[in-house]
Design a protein around this ligand. Sequence first.
Ligand code: PYR
Length: 363
Amino acid sequence: MRIGCPREIKNREYRVGLTPESAGELVANGHDVWVESGAGEGIGAFDIHYTDRGAKVVETAEEIFANCEMIVKVKEPQAGERAMLREGQLLYTYLHLAPDPEQTADLVKSGCTAIAYETVTGSHGGLPLLKPMSQVAGRMSIQAGATALEKANGGRGVLLGGVPGVMPGKVVIIGGGVVGFNAAQMAAGLGADTVIMDLNPEVLEKVGTHFEARASTRFASRANIEEAVAEADLVVGAVLVPGAAAPRLVTRAMLKTMKPGAVLVDVAIDQGGCFETSHATTHDEPTYVVDDIVHYCVANMPGAVSRTSTYALNNVTLPHALRIANLGWKEAMRADPHLAEGLNVHAGKVTYPAVASELGYEL
Ligand code: PYR
């Protein structure tokens, strides 16, 4: 199979779909790998690193989209990339279609077969192709929030860990899954007063047992969220309903009860965001203020730590990429129903139930 890896073009997206090592693994399995010149520069991988591993470097994304059977990326295809997708072409990347009707319509129109990393499931449960980026984003949410809390950045001038004689900041993390757990590790590690909220008693028990006295847990009822948010210096939105739009758990009315200069970091923004006042921002302009509350809603947080993120991502995407390339996507999905869960669009139809119901497509 000929596999193509274009340069990512989303704002400040420095990750790349294939590391040189992954490209080399595909080549060793008998496949042709075409990489756009400069695609790996954001992780310190140059064209020579790819050619050394047997990949071919081409000058433009157009050549890749025109000639490759499978396109491996990181972020959802941007409008210009979507216009180059062809009938029968395989797209393997993050998509986040539920909150993105335009992208969905373009993929349907293109006739391509689109596999979304974020809906592939795992034999031990969970979403293994989303997990490493959730770990990265969860960990980053605390450093992003800590920066936004600095007075010069619009925040209330609070140091999360405090200092001897001065109380630490209060971090409220809504969602105790992978993002929330990793956020809590960083917040508790800094010495912040950390609260993890979730609706699932088993999740509360698991995080409670893990963190013991270093963080507290609280049931995420509406009343409890209202109370916790009003006391917080930093709120991290870490909820996920697989493949579907995130529920809006913090309303605009709640902002009025918060401390001026407090910060919201919405890690669920890829799925539409879990704060009513969230809208996606970029690494160039990561924050905006609503009702005196600083919002950080960067949709591709892991892109900023591109090297760590790309290697973590390739660890989980490469095994499936190899199987798809070796067996063809249909056989690979027959052999592995967890991979089949990744199919979001095929031959002009939306195939993922949560996306179809969110956007009004027939399955
Ligand atoms: C990202 O890491 O950017 C995702 O879309 C999960």
